[in-house]
Design a protein around this ligand. Structure first.
Ligand code: FES
Length: 363
């Protein structure tokens, strides 16, 4: 604490109408609380990721950060029980002659409880080893009574072929993972959407970490399979895609490209049509993540709008030699491009010139 530096915030009646608000004392933003007739003033900048504490809410004596719900005592600035070491500065407040004053010179120090970094937050470095293919199945089914999935069948054919070509493979079925839908941290503020994902950091039961690990850290090729549902990709695909906002957002808020030199290809099947619309969505989305595509980046099958006999669709895909050969060739093309990047590529610095929003390939 230094010498007192009292700042006049203004007339009392300006501050008694709200339980919590942001005020500025000079250039210092404060979360000013008014509870049971007394004021508290703490820094408005959250210890976690800089969330605006004055725009949060009160939970008893604690200010709750609006971004990820960390709590700080409204008058002492200390974290909630168990996290007392995580404290934001707190400042004395007085009311004199009908005006509210805050003493910036006598603030308590900010202190941070050490939080070990999430394993996903490690630097993205391709570990040595053979090419690696992540198979991502997005179809939904009753796990206890599985049905034949045409998209899964072609994905399995492709992964078998990848192994035969010497690649390591990892199959992730989204249907087997328990993971929450995106809860819109980005909608609060771009900086509230963190890497690793805010949900992943807060909820150790959430299994999207397996997808992030495979896509960002492990795989060279991402081979995604989806059915066509009402002319769109599977609902599980969209649930996963929304959770990947945190990957793309790092480019925007931190100038950090998490996905480099990775290749994606797609398998799209459905009894009824709309293949190109589904492919267009997949290509657009993965393109925004910074993923690259081989020539002819998807295979697909649909018997068309009028085909209502789904059992024949299943029979067709099971037996169609060309379609399964197409799946093999698809993964072959993806691996050939990935091999270029892994074995012959120029350094990432030469491929990607940084720059906010400028995530293009340059010669
Ligand atoms: S809880 Fe405050 S920024 Fe995350």
């Amino acid at each position: 604490m230094g010498e007192p530096q009292w700042h006049d915030l203004g007339p009392l009646e300006d501050f008694t109408g709200k339980a919590l608000q942001t005020v500025k004392a000079g250039r210092t933003p404060l979360a000013l609380s008014w509870v049971d007739g007394s004021f508290g003033a703490i820094s408005a900048v959250c210890n976690h990721a800089g969330g605006p504490l004055g725009e949060g809410r009160l939970d008893g004596e604690y200010v709750v950060c609006p971004w990820h719900n960390w709590k700080f005592h409204a008058r002492t600035g200390c974290g909630e029980p168990g996290f007392e070491e995580d404290a934001v500065p707190a400042y004395p407040v007085k009311v004199e002659e009908g005006r509210v004053w805050v003493d910036l010179g006598s603030g308590t120090p900010r202190s941070r409880k050490p939080h070990p970094p999430h394993p996903l937050a490690r630097p993205v470095v391709r570990e040595p080893g053979p090419l690696r293919v992540v198979g991502l199945s997005t179809t939904v089914m009753d796990k206890a009574n599985p049905r034949f999935s045409t998209s899964d069948a072609l994905l399995e054919t492709a992964l078998e072929h990848a192994k035969a070509l010497g690649a390591e493979t990892r199959l992730i079925k989204l249907n087997d993972l328990a993971f929450r839908a995106c809860e819109g941290y980005y909608s609060k503020s771009a900086r509230a959407c963190t890497w690793p994902c805010s949900i992943t950091q807060m909820d150790d039961q959430d299994q999207m970490d397996q997808v992030y690990e495979a896509l960002v850290h492990w795989g060279d090729v991402i081979l995604l399979s989806t059915p066509i549902r009402w002319g769109a990709a599977s609902s599980l695909y969209y649930r996963m895609a929304e959770r990947m906002n945190c990957i793309q957002n790092q480019t925007t808020i931190a100038d950090k490209v998490l996905i480099r030199n990775k290749v994606a290809a797609f398998i799209i099947t459905g009894g009824q049509d709309n293949i190109q619309a589904v492919a267009g969505q997949l290509l657009g989305f993965f393109g925004e993540l910074g993923i690259l595509f081989p020539q002819f980046p998807y295979i697909a099958h649909s018997r068309g709008w009028t085909a209502e006999d789904m059992e024949n669709n299943v029979t067709f895909v099971k037996g169609d030699v060309e379609l399964h050969q197409g799946a093999r060739e698809l993964v072959g093309r993806a691996l050939a491009l990935a091999r270029h990047f892994v074995e012959e590529a120029p350094t990432p610095e030469r491929i990607f010139r940084g720059g906010r929003k400028a995530h293009h390939m340059v010669p």
